[in-house]
Ligand binder design. Structure first.
Ligand SMILES: NC(=O)c1ccc[n+]([C@@H]2O[C@H](COP(=O)([O-])OP(=O)(O)OC[C@H]3O[C@@H](n4cnc5c(N)ncnc54)[C@H](OP(=O)(O)O)[C@@H]3O)[C@@H](O)[C@H]2O)c1
Length: 338
């Protein structure tokens, strides 16, 4: 039984476009449906510095200050009165809901529906690499993309945090997978199951791939626009880095004005979708303890494993962000809190 202090160390964002700062804040209280988790590790994600830049304020209007971080693993140290799925000392992982407290800290209060038990065959530190990228990939390929055995899927940036998970999930479904990366990562993505690997430095994927059922874009911009033409009529293009649509604004209750603006901004992409007869979806991943349970099973069945580039202690968290912001990390960057 650990001694729970009143205060904890945390990495905080105080002002948009300002550097993160280390601070001491109160350990959170839990409500009846939450557990308090003592955090072992938290993995970094591009969304951490994207929020810092203020660029996603329009779709994620955070009220600052906030604790940074979107992925964690740790041990349950307090259990709310109505919690049924977890008990003291359970090892769990998760991605907190938007606007909940962050994960680059020592403790987190989290709803039991947003977490799952960690896989038995994974260290608690490595488990922190799974939730955000695993859920994003599962939701893109299965929940939205409805990927089926025998279909062809193109996954951008197969060596990234998302790509390394997505390749494995697509292979577990029984799909044929094409991906892009640099030569140095060919062996890695092939070992994860990629059937066709394209060096994005030398070859334009849109010139060599055709008749795909599904494309999962993580790059946005021109790369996203070029992706439509590799799909067969009736195919799907799912992006986590594109332009939100009117439907996205409405579904996320962002108001009529923002939804109309999204509708206008995404109209060139909607036109491409019409031209190629494909479905275009932009989405932001959501937490799900139920889907994390499925990922735990896949990891325990050796169908999925996180790829970890480097683990840093919290004292070197800014070094960790440097590696992530290089856009060339291979798999995940993890920060150990203890
Ligand atoms: N909307 C959402 O819910 C959501 C969720 C998760 C992620 N995302 C977004 O998805 C993107 C990817 O996230 P991530 O965690 O996978 O990032 P990441 O781990 O930082 O991606 C790094 C990887 O990208 C590869 N890469 C860089 N440029 C490339 C290019 N032009 N073509 C192909 N590969 C390239 C690099 O390979 P090399 O070293 O070989 O260049 C590296 O391995 C980010 O923009 C993130 O914000 C959005």
């Amino acid at each position: 039984m650990i001694n729970i202090p009143k205060k904890m160390l945390a990495l905080r964002l105080i002002k948009y476009r300002h550097p993160f700062v280390k601070d001491t804040i109160p350990v959170p209280q839990i409500n009846d449906n939450e557990v308090l988790v003592s955090i072992r590790a938290s993995s970094l994600n591009p969304i951490d510095y994207t929020i810092q830049s203020g660029k996603v304020k329009i779709i994620m209007p955070y009220k600052l200050p906030i604790t940074v971080g979107n992925d964690f693993s740790g041990t349950v140290v307090r259990v709310g009165k109505k919690v049924t799925k977890f008990k003291l000392d359970d090892q769990v992982y998760g991605r907190p809901d938007d606007f909940q407290s962050g994960t680059l800290t020592e403790f987190i209060a989290i709803n039991e529906n947003d977490i799952a038990k960690t896989p038995r065959n994974l260290s608690l530190t490595d488990a922190s690499a799974v939730p955000l990228t695993g859920l994003t990939s599962y939701q893109a390929l299965i929940e939205i993309g409805k990927l089926k055995k025998g279909q062809k899927v193109f996954i951008q940036a197969g060596s990234g945090g998302v790509g390394t998970m997505a390749i494995q999930i697509a292979k577990a479904v029984g799909a044929y997978v094409a991906t892009t990366t640099s030569k140095k990562n060919f062996d890695l993505v092939r070992s994860l199951g990629a059937d066709q690997v394209i060096d994005y430095h030398t070859t334009d994927f849109s010139e060599v791939l055709k008749n795909y059922d599904l494309a999962f874009d993580t790059q946005g911009g021109k790369t996203l626009s070029k992706t439509f033409k590799i799909l067969k009529p009736g195919g799907k293009l799912v992006t986590v880095n594109g332009i939100p649509t009117f439907k996205f604004g409405a579904q996320h209750h962002l108001g009529l004005l923002k939804s109309i603006l999204f509708g206008i901004a995404s109209s060139p992409l909607k036109l491409l979708a019409k031209k190629y007869h494909v479905e275009y979806t932009f989405f932001i991943m959501h937490p799900s303890g139920r889907q994390l349970d499925l990922l735990t099973n896949m990891i325990e069945n050796h169908e999925l494993k996180p790829i970890v580039d480097r683990v840093f202690p919290f004292s070197e968290v800014f070094e960790g962000f440097k590696l992530l912001e290089s856009h060339h990390a291979t798999g995940k960057v993890i920060i150990e809190m203890k």
